[in-house]
Write a protein that binds this ligand. Structure first.
Ligand code: GAP
Length: 513
């Protein structure tokens, strides 16, 4: 555990030291759970957004984009259910004065039982070797059966109590399980209360005429209220999707773990409108497609898993998370939800306007069903960044810090380095940079010994270092060094563009899906 915590601390400090992420308004000691993306972070974030946008919008003829406003008419949030139901159950520890989400305390407890079961399974796998039958072992080993059934029982009871609004039972469950405050070990808890997560604001200058608004807690509603505008003006035929990226705001009770849970964050969401009755087929389709998109980045298939929801949000008839193995364990990265016709019907009811699709094949109107994919851009950033950051011991015993970012996402694709600051080498290096910058984000660096410059680019995740030396003057070749293997090869300046393009092109990465 200590190792995991160290790893996470390294992630946070590396992000700051190398100009990826700074705490917001740091000179005033920061603002809790709000962060700024710095010169390298903004490029990585943009590249993740572009990678998503290209795969969702550019590569799907039946998906179009949208950029709706953050401020929306307040009735939107009444209709969507957020005013009444966008709550988290919170509980305070009377001794430590720390505040927690009651459901998260219980889920963490259940996950510990799951980890115990997985350990038994792994031990048995080693013991039995090839003869190991995992399914049989899970269903017959008394310890595994006990751990897993207890876990399921706890989660089912919590889901039932939360659905019924029975917060007393949620508290009782915490007491029965003897869950202690992770900070102090105390079991002295307050009652469980509901807390609405939306941020309020006001529109208008004078106090009497000002209108109460909310900062949007999800981008999805901007898509729903524009559904018919887009369908009509884009002449879209069902099934079709509307995709959007943008800021969302939530007054999270426990905002922690760096950019994992923020109060201001960015979502990348797509609502896919389908014929009623076909939603489960599309739900499965999008689960698979989105998992493949994540896997295409090469961070390791073993770092992803599905978690099917026991407790469904007020709008869903099926929901799953794609979880990622963050430095603090498997946690939600993306949500895939079958949202039924809940949102469109609610907006019809609250606005008095029809939000229906005329199906020419069936010759009738209906309210489409919706399958949603929703991924946090900041969480994607953390997933990619934390997996990419590695400390390596080299053959000569020295260590290097390398950010093995998928090269398609790397902020800078190549650094151009003159071996020395004289003999006309800087001029050639700058010429190469001037040419490459039309196609790629590139950097020029002439400070320090070349070895130190390589290490600096490794730590920034730059896939290529191009070194201009005296031979360049004679034969117009340079050395190109690969970040991951540290191998160097001599290539013609004229070939640089193709070599880089081949490694960083979105096409080559998305083809792996
Ligand atoms: N429109 C559906 C929706 O908003 P959600 O599961 O609440 O569903 C979707 O959020 C995704 O947004 C999550 O999977 C996560 O990646 C991201 N997300 C949610 N809350 C977040 C927060 N406080 N900070 C950072 N990312 C967050």
């Amino acid at each position: 555990m200590a190792k995991q915590e160290d790893l996470f601390k390294n992630v946070v400090s590396h992000a700051k030291e190398y100009g990826f992420i700074f705490p917001s308004s740091e000179i005033y000691d920061g603002l809790s759970a709000v962060y700024d993306y710095a010169q390298n972070g903004v490029e990585l974030k943009k590249n993740i957004r572009d990678y998503w946008w290209k795969s969702m919008v550019q590569m799907h003829e039946n998906i179009v984009g949208l950029d709706a406003a953050i401020l929306m008419h307040p009735t939107t949030w009444k209709a969507s259910g957020h005013v009444d139901a966008f709550n988290d159950p919170l509980i305070d520890n009377k001794d430590s004065k720390k505040r927690y989400r009651a459901d998260v305390l219980i889920e963490d407890y259940a996950e510990k039982l799951n980890i115990k079961a997985q350990k038994e399974i792994e031990k048995a796998r080693v013991r039995f070797g090839d003869a190991f039958n995992e399914q049989e072992f899970i269903s017959t080993n008394p310890r595994v059966v006990e751990y897993l059934s207890k876990k399921n029982e706890i989660l089912a009871r919590m889901a039932k109590s939360l659905d019924a609004g029975d917060l007393d039972d949620v508290k009782l469950l915490i007491e029965e399980l003897e869950i202690a405050c992770p900070d102090s070990g105390s079991k002295n808890w307050t009652e469980v209360r509901q807390f609405n997560l939306m941020f309020g604001t006001k529109l208008g200058a004078s106090a009497d005429s000002a209108m109460d608004l909310y900062l949007r807690p999800e981008t999805a509603q901007g898509i729903f209220v524009n559904f018919l505008n887009v369908q009509k003006t884009g002449r879209m035929k069902i099934p079709f999707g509307i995709a959007q990226t943008g800021k969302a705001f939530r007054n999270e009770i426990v905002a922690r773990q760096f950019i994992f849970r923020m109060r201001e964050f960015e979502q990348m969401e797509m609502q896919f409108f389908v014929k009623p009755g076909e939603e489960m087929k599309w739900y499965e389709y999008w689960k698979t497609t989105r998992l493949n998109w994540h896997k295409s980045l090469g961070l390791g298939a073993e770092n992803y898993r599905f978690h099917d929801h026991e407790k469904l949000a007020h709008y869903a008839n099926a929901a799953a998370d794609i979880e990622f193995n963050f430095p603090f364990g498997f946690k939600e990265l993306e949500g895939i939800h079958s949202r039924t016709d809940f949102d469109l019907k609610a907006h019809e009811q609250f606005s008095g306007k029809k939000l229906q699709y005329f199906d020419t094949e069936e010759n009738k109107n209906y309210v489409p069903y919706v399958v949603e994919t929703s991924v946090g851009l900041d969480r994607m950033f953390l997933a990619v960044f934390s997996k990419a950051l590695q400390e390596e011991t080299l053959e000569d015993g020295s260590t290097r810090t390398v950010l093995r970012l998928p090269s398609v996402l790397a902020p800078t694709k190549a650094a151009i380095l003159p071996l020395v600051k004289k003999d006309g080498l800087p001029e050639i290096a700058k010429e190469i940079m001037e040419d490459l910058k039309w196609d790629f984000n590139v950097a020029y660096d002439e400070k320090d010994a070349v070895g130190r410059r390589y290490r600096r680019q490794d730590a920034l995740g730059t896939p290529f270092c191009i070194t201009v030396d005296h031979q360049t003057i004679e034969d117009k070749t340079v050395t190109i060094r690969h970040r991951d293997s540290m191998q160097q090869e001599r290539v013609a300046i004229a070939d640089l563009k193709n070599i880089i393009e081949n490694e960083v092109s979105v096409r080559n990465w998305l083809m792996k899906m």
